[in-house]
Unconditional design. Structure first.
Length: 263
């Protein structure tokens, strides 16, 4: 999905890309549910929670895309990866999940790994940075809502309502800046739609088997993976800091996973 977003950068407005993602997702998930004969998955007992989750999720995505246009990419990633901190705090306050020393160590090692890789400067704190930080908080609220819903809702139901709620929001924001995709841009839009669905499906399934704090800490692995994608596809330089930071993240994740097994 990151590759597709990069290929569409500057061509398709953010809200419109999110709208197309919702349309593709709604059609894809709807067809799967219908063909499987499980139409009961269209029903939910938590419509309000679905709405809250997806409004915060949309806001988080929009702020993240906006931040990419306002800040150096390194600073955006550094701020985005504060999500596990906010998620662990929210889960402790509202879901009753315990804050253990292993969770704290996992978060700190992950953040240290991010700092090693992106080396954010002191000028990181400005208005644009606060937008991305607010985006990270929105993601944390969304993740916590997903954990609550994963206890009773099926992953396909969560995905269906994600697309259903976010579609009209994306449509309203897209009308004033509409640009029709051309050529290969349609392919990248489809890639965004399908990879967003698969990522959210895996996230929801993971939250059915582990605490939300553990799941989002694993997200740290995404940064060194994105770095490797840059090396392989965009001829970006492979630096030793990427390997060192990735190693710190992996150590933190191993601590957190050990907590889950021990519990």
């Amino acid at each position: 999905m990151a590759v597709a977003i990069r290929e569409l950068d500057g061509r398709i407005p953010v809200a419109q890309a999110l709208l197309f993602r919702s349309i593709i997702g709604l059609a894809f998930v709807g067809c799967i549910i219908q063909l499987a004969g499980k139409t009961y998955l269209f029903k939910t007992s938590k419509p309000v929670l679905h709405s809250v989750r997806n409004l915060f999720h949309f806001a988080g995505q929009y702020g993240w895309f906006l931040g990419i246009g306002l800040l150096p990419l390194a600073e955006v990633f550094a701020l985005e990866f504060t999500v596990p901190i906010w998620t662990i705090l929210i889960a402790a306050l509202f879901l009753g999940e315990a804050i253990t020393w292993r969770k704290v160590a996992a978060v700190l090692l992950g953040l240290l790994g991010v700092a090693v890789i992106v080396r954010p400067g002191i000028e990181i704190i400005d208005t644009a940075a606060l937008i991305v930080l607010a985006s990270a908080m929105c993601y944390a609220i969304s993740h916590s809502c997903t954990k609550v819903m994963a206890l009773t809702e099926k992953p396909l139901t969560i995905l269906f309502y994600m697309c259903l709620v976010q579609l009209p929001v994306g449509l309203v924001l897209s009308l004033a800046v509409w640009v029709w995709p051309v050529g290969i841009e349609w392919l990248w839009i489809v890639v965004i739609g399908l990879t967003a669905l698969s990522a959210h499906f895996c996230l929801t399934k993971a939250m059915q088997h582990a605490e939300v704090g553990i799941v989002v800490t694993l997200d740290f692995i995404r940064l060194p993976m994105i770095g490797l994608v840059g090396v392989l596809l965009y001829q970006e330089q492979l630096e030793i800091t990427l390997l060192l930071g990735g190693g710190l993240m992996l150590l933190g994740n191993m601590l957190n996973i050990k907590t889950d097994k021990a519990g």
